[in-house]
Design a protein around this ligand. Structure first.
Ligand code: PLP
Length: 362
């Protein structure tokens, strides 16, 4: 039997029981609220996990990159949404080829960006489905709600495109400091997007999709009447940031990094073999510092270099050279992007090794 003791470190582990429960719980919540679930596959980048989500009832997948879309389309996913403002003729050509294999839609948030795709589809006498990205407060990409109608009218003039819906991502929720604030952001996310959708419908647009998303706001935003779809990604694994935000318990975290203690220069300092090459330097949301928690201990990673993690050992705790620890990372999505494979475990048994096949960045 393959066990954890046989694995070289650092290595990324996925607790299969927790993964299966996370997938089932989100699918069930969406079913009860009557909205489609389109999980963001950038979190796992893994065909086997996508299949589990689709088998549990997901309507399709969200992705951020066409590299991801191509991998999941080749693996048989029939319905993909690129939840990103895609721009460029090169991307348009790839989308045209992809649209032969799957139902595909992409995000747009400008007429100029939409034009770069429209020309390619118009020339091929085809139509590309697009969803207008709306900013509900994150202040990243997306049109402001008050500008949505003007941009939609500009997009409607492009004959290679069909404006099928609106979408948003309330990323500012990762700065929320209380459950009440998370709830308020999720409510505003759903309500603002539904209001924009209604405004566009009154102007004659056939808005079928009103797509919200994020793991912290998933349950609140999807329950707003008029929302049709939700796109959480992180929920399959969860991470220290979700626990710190109060979104889930530590027992709902499926992904950890198994590491070895390689040096204990003094009682209050221990060094692990998983540095920023394994964990990334993504911060803990919404605040709190450090680069990861050790399961079963209160000691945390205080500093990281490329190959070293420095643990500040709490009084009463100790770490020995050669000992193995499991790290709950700040942000699971970036950890997956740094590894070639995920080991699926049940207890100490390693049940499978899943390649992380959709890591392309274009
Ligand atoms: C556009 C978009 N949709 C959905 C998600 C998924 O959100 P989460 O990672 O909170 O589950 C993300 C994550 O960054 C995103 O950028």
């Amino acid at each position: 039997v393959d066990t954890l003791a046989n694995q070289e470190t650092p290595v990324v582990l996925v607790d299969l029981g927790v993964l299966e429960r996370n997938i089932a719980d989100m699918a069930q919540g969406c079913r009860l609220d009557g909205v489609r679930l389109r999980p963001h596959a950038k979190t796992h980048k893994c065909v086997e996990i996508a299949r589990l989500q689709l088998m549990a009832g997901a309507a399709g997948l969200s992705v951020a990159k066409l590299d991801e879309a191509e991998v999941f389309a080749a693996a048989g996913c029939q319905d993909l949404f690129v939840a990103f403002p895609v721009v460029g003729a090169d991307k348009g050509e790839r989308l045209l080829r992809l649209s032969d294999r799957a139902r595909i839609a992409v995000g747009v948030d400008s007429v100029a960006g939409a034009e770069t795709l429209a020309t390619i589809f118009e020339r091929a006498n085809r139509k590309l489905d697009v969803l207008l990205k709306v900013d509900v407060g994150f202040r990243r990409a997306g049109v402001l709600p008050e500008d949505a109608l003007a941009v939609a009218q500009g997009i409607a003039r492009l004959s290679g495109l069909r404006l099928r819906g609106v979408f948003t991502f309330a990323g500012h929720v990762y700065s929320a400091t209380s459950p009440a604030e998370i709830e308020a952001i999720g409510r505003a996310e759903g309500e603002t997007l539904v209001t924009v959708a209604d405004r566009l419908r009154r102007a004659g647009f056939a808005i079928d999709e009103v797509s919200v998303g994020s793991t912290p706001t998933a349950a609140v935003a999807r329950a707003i009447p008029g929302v049709t779809e939700t796109r959480p990604g992180n929920y399959v694994f969860h991470d220290a940031s979700q626990v710190n935000l109060g979104v889930c318990a530590i027992e709902s975290c499926a992904l950890t990094v198994l590491a070895t203690v390689v040096s204990v220069p003094s009682p209050e300092r221990a060094v692990l073999d998983a540095g920023s090459k394994s964990l990334s330097k993504d911060p803990l949301a919404p605040s709190g510092g450090g680069f990861g928690w050790l399961l079963g201990r209160s000691s945390r990673i205080a500093a990281l270099s490329e190959e070293h993690a420095v643990v500040r050992v709490e009084p009463g705790e100790s770490l020995r050279v050669g000992e193995r620890v499991r790290i709950l990372p700040n942000h699971c999505c970036v950890v997956v992007n740094l590894t070639d494979r995920l080991l699926g475990t049940r207890g100490n048994r390693v049940e499978c090794s899943w390649p992380v096949v959709a890591r392309g960045s274009r």
